[in-house]
Design a protein around this ligand. Structure first.
Ligand code: SF4
Length: 493
């Protein structure tokens, strides 16, 4: 291969030209930091990602262009001694600056893609970066860039205090077929739980064998093989716990949602050995972990499984880890849930298992979809959520089992019956206004806990554009509610 030799000055000019063309700024500043200041700056920068307020608080730089210039020059100058060559220097600086400055992942992706396309010598990195860019996995990209492009000591990377809002990577069946490595899980991301930082981990295993629910297309993302070996799952768990999280992140995780986009208690898709190994590894590797939430349909659950999980927990008695089982309840109304929605979830089956949940001190999470079917008015959808709230309250009183209600505004998943209804004009997913109405009318019981899920995926993009201010306001109110289980005093009182 013919490698193009470029000297630092030429590279610096190329870099400047690229960014001057994109953001229309000139590079004139000359800032040098020592190593400690560099690390501090990186931590502040990474922690401030997506937070305009903090950026200004630290640097008092009030225009995006000025901040961009400041950081780009700072990174470029100070990464010099930590990178192996000029191309690595430019790429690392670009990635850090693009991630820090952009609120939108699309903008970061655009900046990085422009650099990859336009600067000679970058093609060697393109194939490594493509999986991150195509799935909007900017955290993954950051980790890749620090570990691959810099010569920073690995422990230093692990001790960096990276923590920022993180949404699920956008993956598709095609993405998984093209990029997923054998040892990778399907995906993972962080979320805020009522007890602190949470990690959502989806393991790659055979698909849900039920596969009938009318709003769900998750089985298309899972493995299409019929079986999996325990060791295939062990590798995925080890990859996440050993290579993909920093020490700080591991220390911060209080809660885990464990999923395979299907049923973790179905031994055909998740061997019991794999489940026990996963639970044990999570407890051993995450020192602050308090709760593990396991997703499954109810018919795969039996006493034997609860008993064996309890044996693993007893081996870590001093940690007092709680297990929660997350069930797709979706809609309270029996007729709609098991008729149109084809959920196949019966309250009688749940009530039969309640004494067992009580015996093994297992709590429950009910996944609910808000306005999940066509021909349901907003008021009917709110009443449906209030009915499940009352039902949970009564179950807790009878069986002394803790219950969390996890409400997601419905979104239209590609390839589902609901998508057909949407395309035919028979269905509109709930937007910020409808979610706002739910927040105002949701009947809250002291003994029930609640989580309202509000990510972009849960609301149609057209609604967000139309009602963006309301959406941002809702995000802040719902974030407070999820953490404190009450609305801020000025709201809904
Ligand atoms: S919602 Fe759950 S049970 Fe229903 S098809 Fe999807 S993965 Fe299977």
């Amino acid at each position: 291969m013919n490698e193009l030799k470029i000297d630092s000055n030429l590279l610096a000019n190329e870099m400047k030209n690229t960014f001057e063309n994109i953001v229309g700024i000139h590079f004139e500043q000359d800032i040098v930091l020592d190593d400690t200041e560099l690390i501090e700056l990186m931590q502040i920068a990474l922690n401030s990602m997506f937070g305009e307020e903090k950026k200004q608080q630290y640097y008092n730089i009030d225009t995006k262009e000025a901040l961009f210039t400041f950081l780009y020059l700072t990174y470029e100058k100070n990464f010099q001694s930590y990178t192996k060559n000029d191309n690595a220097l430019i790429l690392l600086s670009t990635i850090c600056v693009a991630l820090f400055l952009s609120k939108s992942s699309a903008q970061s992706t655009q900046l990085i893609t422009t650099l990859l396309k336009n600067l000679p010598g970058m093609s060697t990195y393109s194939s490594d970066i493509e999986p991150y860019l195509t799935s909007d996995d900017l955290r993954g990209l950051l980790f890749w860039s620090i570990t691959t492009l810099s010569s920073l000591d690995y422990d230093l990377v692990n001790t960096m205090n990276i923590s920022y809002e993180y949404t699920p990577p956008k993956i598709t069946p095609e993405w998984l077929n093209t990029y997923r490595k054998e040892e990778d899980p399907m995906e993972f991301w962080f979320y805020n739980s009522s007890i602190g930082n949470g990690l959502f981990l989806i393991l790659y295993t055979p698909k849900c064998r039920y596969a009938k629910c009318s709003g769900c297309n998750l089985p298309s993302l899972s493995s299409q093989s019929k079986t999996t070996s325990p060791s295939a799952v062990y590798k995925q768990v080890d990859t996440v716990l050993q290579n993909s999280l920093s020490h700080k992140e591991k220390e911060s995780i209080k809660e885990m949602i464990l999923s395979n986009n299907g049923n973790l208690f179905d031994i055909k898709t998740m061997p019991t050995l794999s489940l026990l190994y996963t639970i044990n590894a999570l407890i051993e590797e995450l020192p602050s972990l308090e709760k593990i939430i396991i997703e499954s349909r109810i018919e795969y659950l039996n006493e034997h499984q609860l008993k064996t999980i309890n044996e693993v927990l007893s081996a870590h008695e001093d940690r007092n880890i709680k297990i929660e089982i997350a069930l797709g309840f979706e809609i309270f109304d029996d007729e709609i849930r098991n008729g149109y929605y084809q959920k196949g979830f019966y309250k009688s089956a749940l009530e039969k298992l309640m004494p067992l949940f009580s015996k093994y001190d297992v709590s429950l999470k009910f996944y609910m979809m808000y306005k999940a079917v066509p021909n349901m008015s907003t008021q009917e959808a709110i009443d449906d959520m209030n009915n499940v709230s009352k039902y949970a309250h009564e179950l807790i009183n009878t069986y002394d089992v803790n219950i969390n209600i996890h409400i997601s505004p419905t979104y239209v998943a590609v390839g589902t019956l609901l998508e057909k209804e949407f395309n035919d004009g028979n269905y509109t997913p709930p937007g910020p206004k409808e979610v706002d109405m739910l927040c105002q009318q949701l009947e809250i019981f002291d003994n029930v806990s609640y989580y309202i899920s509000l990510n972009d995926e849960g609301l149609s993009s057209t609604h967000i554009e139309e009602e963006y201010t309301l959406f941002l306001d809702l995000k802040s109110r719902v974030g407070y509610f999820n953490s404190y289980q009450k609305w801020r005093t000025e709201e809904f009182q």
